[in-house]
Design a protein. Structure first.
Length: 59
């Protein structure tokens, strides 16, 4: 093993780790966005149900 080979292997390993980290961050962002969207739609549906109940009570 030469120093050049060790340096190249180290950089290749770091590159792979960085790519893996970027993939994980992208996946976390997608999951977080889907959770936010689901929460938004659930809150919107809840508000609609509450408004329907209020309208029904007043009529």
């Amino acid at each position: 093993m030469t120093v050049k080979w060790l340096v190249l292997e180290t950089f290749n390993s770091l590159r792979v780790l960085l790519e893996l980290g970027a993939d994980i961050l992208a996946l976390n962002a997608k999951v977080a966005l889907s959770i936010l969207l689901e929460s938004y739609w659930n809150a919107k549906a809840r508000r609609s149900e509450e408004e329907e109940k209020e309208d029904f009570q007043f009529s």
